[in-house]
Design a protein around this ligand. Sequence first.
Ligand code: FAD
Length: 467
Amino acid sequence: MTHIDAAKAALAHLDIEENPNAITAASRDFFWYSPVLKKRLDHLRADFVVRPRSEAEVIEVLKTCYAHDVPVTTRGAGTGNYGQAMPMRGGCVMHLRHMTAVKSCEPGRVVVEPGCLLKDLDAFCKEQAGHELRMVSSTWSTATIGGFIAGGSGGVGSVTWGSLRDLGNIIRLRVVTMEEEPRVLEFTGEELARVSHAYGTNGIITELELPLAPAYDWTGVFVKTKDFAAAMALAEDLANSDGILLKIASVYEAPTAKSYFQRVAPFVEDDDHLVGLMVAPQSMAGLVTLLARRPEVEMIYRSDDHDWPRSPGLVFEYGWNHTTLRALKVDPTITYLQVRYGYPNSKELVEQMRGSFPDGEVIQHLEAIRMEGKVAFAGLSMVKFTTEERLEEIIQIHEDAGALIFNPHRYTLEEGGRQHADNRQLDFKREADPKGLLNPGKMVTWDAPDWDYSRMYAYPEMMEADD
Ligand code: FAD
């Protein structure tokens, strides 16, 4: 009997997936946005999928897999990019879809299990307390709260609340370790950095306590302009307007709206840049006043009062990585970069990058975000992919100019982040996952402590393709 068969047999009384197609589906995330990762990770497949119903079952899965040396890759909904949820060595995918209970909810805070969908959690909190999550991924309708905290960075709401790593945006995480006798730990304060955004490489989150903000029926707005600088200035100025409450402020360089946003396209021309906003209803009067002062911009849509024959849907589902998704559906050669244009030179840096790629090889898409109290831009630039070498050159041009890249064409935490060890996460992995079985291959500093990042890390134990 192999190690895998032994672990599977020991877990047979749990909800185990046997269907090969379902196992393949549960072994994939959105890594394929990157042609670089598509080439390298497409063949990966777990040996089995188990769906625990409770923390006690999570402990049982981890204890059993530890005993049989079986790797465990945890899955929320598998909407992550960067190959975060891809099982590099096969083994077990532990899918948390059954763990959806909201344990308590009051104005200002919620306690929830990790498998709850962001959309369901928001609906519950709104109903129960008139509140909602401060920030969500634009995959709100499909992603889980556990996956967002373990794999995400921020998103819809970050224009007001900053990013997940900012103090105060996570209150408490309950975490199970992968040891002979798994421990259950409660993390607050400084300790939160051990496991948040650690891709499930050093512990499994079984409960989260998060802060909430007042919920609104946000009004979706689209504004067009022929002047890109005016689009950026509008997003930045609105994010800086103390009396106007925003959920999102996105800037889309032409021809994004015309070429990729099917339901917006009839209302714009090729050379129109677009700003997408979600504004609290009581802030609409302030927005309209601000727009009236700027003849160079024109509001073309507001969700509370419009005559578009087909609703464009939720405005945030045009933003963050949904922009790339919409573009990819039209032009499969499109991929993307995650860029940080910091304060105070963010707009100048974006203009410099626009000047560096005048022929449309890189199309700007920006999200206004708050960084240490200042408004800056996260760029999710769309890139027309030709070769890996050219993609590297494009990254280098950004870095040389001082724009920070979080490279979505890498599958390790460090390479997709700031390219150095996070000792808090590494130290906790030593303690909580001594056999290195949790989401293997995703932490370079665990596998190759002296890695110098001069080239892409290739995990030597990655399972091989069949052919
Ligand atoms: P998964 O993809 O299942 O998991 C993500 C990572 O977390 C994996 O490494 C997994 O092993 C780990 N993990 C999952 N659950 C646990 C747990 N309980 N304990 C420990 N580790 C765990 N991201 C953003 O931050 N902001 C955005 O606005 C955004 N927009 C996106 C738009 C599109 C169209 C796409 C495809 C992706 C986007 N993402 C964004 C990435 C991703 O959707 C989010 O980070 C999402 O919240 C991940 O949730 P998930 O449930 O799908 O997690």
